[in-house]
Write a protein that binds this ligand. Structure first.
Ligand code: NAI
Length: 391
């Protein structure tokens, strides 16, 4: 069938299999071009099918020649409905990994559940023995635990917040108000996006004997500029990220033989970040300025730099709180001073001129496999793509 993008504000409900394969192929080519890197050899990536998790998996496999087990929550095609981008990405990843003789298996299911954890342990025990790196890169809307379903919310804490934002349906600058969360919403966001499940994973892996001695585990966080503090760092998601950081400290104190670290990454267009109010407008300005200053990175460049210059170093270069800072270039004063200047003068009329809104949309469509020059979108494609390891 011929697959076209169907965009509903911050989500695209279709994905193109050939375009997603091209996306993965390009990320692999980037990592290979940087040359091999000594590093982990058996890696578990939780949240491995899109965004930072996929880029981490690609870097581990094609940079460090690691065997990878990837966990994701994606939907296969059914009837006229395409699969999700993460499904096609994973099919492409496995195909390229196999071509290079690299072990790659995937689990499609709810990473928060005990069943998926057990499945992962069984596969690691059977095929790999132990893993030496666990990447925790989940971005999920909800989590069921102990019979309760918790939801993650993107709201402020304390008082409402009103700022410029972009209406992604019309590309117009609007004023957006975000209401403060209730205590229940704050608690829910911490349950879903905080560190509890990360710690559960590490503990069950260790207990099952499938975590190598001196293994590392990394989870991803964000801080951003003061401009977005009310909605991010001081908002509900920021509370969850604080919990993630506290969990890393707790694991380092309580668990022997494993090092846990949070890496604070750069803001990038992913399925998770597109849904945050105000952030897409910030991203479009940030892209323009970082591209002009020559410091822009996408997911694969961020993760490749993380693996090559920070995560695998001994000792790891970390800030006072023990976090890896991959947002160093984003938060550079030269970048942020420009962002604030543009933010103040930004309007619907000058949007295209002062921001990289086109670059924002380019990345957005590419996430779903569209707008790749190498792909002929007028051709019929088989949307029913299989993931070899799930057969
Ligand atoms: P994403 O939406 O691209 O990826 C989320 C991944 O989680 C996908 O692989 C998805 O299949 C998986 N997933 C979701 N729910 C699941 C479940 N119940 N079970 C198994 N897998 C599940 O998100 P992105 O942006 O790559 O986020 C990953 C992490 O990076 C998050 O913790 C996010 O807060 C953090 N981060 C993101 C930044 C950004 O600008 N995008 C910046 C800094 C940190």
């Amino acid at each position: 069938m011929i697959v076209e993008p169907k965009v509903r504000e911050y989500i695209c409900t279709t994905a193109h299999p050939a375009g997603c394969e091209e996306n993965v192929r390009e990320q692999i080519a980037y990592v290979k071009a940087q040359g091999p890197k000594a590093g982990p050899k058996k890696v578990l990536v939780i949240g491995a099918s899109t965004g930072y998790g996929l880029a981490s998996r690609i870097t581990a496999a094609f940079g460090c020649q690691a065997a990878t087990l990837g966990i994701m929550f994606e939907r296969p095609a059914s009837g006229k409905r395409t699969a999700t981008a993460g499904w096609y990405n994973t099919a492409a990843f496995e195909k390229f990994a196999t071509q290079d003789g690299l072990y790659a298996k995937s689990i499609n299911g709810d990473a928060f559940s005990a069943e998926v954890k057990k499945q992962a342990i069984d596969i690691i025990r059977r095929d790999l023995g132990q893993v030496d790196l666990v990447v925790y890169s989940l971005a999920a809307p909800r989590r069921s635990a102990d019979g309760v379903t918790y939801s993650s919310t993107l709201k402020t804490v304390g008082s409402p917040f009103t700022e410029k934002s972009i209406d992604l349906r019309t590309n117009e600058i609007v004023t957006k108000s975000v209401e403060p969360a209730t205590d229940k919403e704050i608690e829910g966001t911490i349950k879903v996006m905080g560190g509890e499940d990360w710690e559960d994973w590490i503990k069950v892996l260790q207990k099952a004997g499938v975590l190598a001695e001196n293994a590392k585990t990394v989870a991803y966080s964000y801080i951003g500029p003061e401009l977005t503090y009310p909605i991010y760092t001081h908002g509900t998601i920021g509370q969850a990220k604080n919990h993630l950081q506290k969990t890393a400290e707790k694991m380092n104190q309580e668990l022997n033989g494993v090092t846990a670290v949070v890496s604070v990454n750069k803001a990038l267009v992913t399925q998770a970040s597109s849904a945050i109010p105000i952030v897409p407008l910030y991203l479009s300005i940030l892209y323009k300025i970082m591209k002009e200053q020559g410091s822009h990175e996408d997911c694969i460049r961020q993760m490749d730099r993380l693996f090559r210059t920070k995560l695998l170093e001994n000792p790891m270069p970390v800030d006072q709180e023990g976090r890896i800072r991959m947002d160093d270039w984003e938060l550079d004063e030269k970048v942020q001073a420009e962002v604030m200047k543009v933010w103040a003068m930004m309007s619907t009329e000058n949007l295209k001129e002062v921001s990289d809104i086109d670059g924002y949309w380019e990345d957005f469509y590419k996430m779903f496999g569209f707008r790749f020059e190498q792909v002929d979108y007028s051709q019929d494609v088989d949307v029913d793509v299989r993931i070899p390891s799930l057969e």
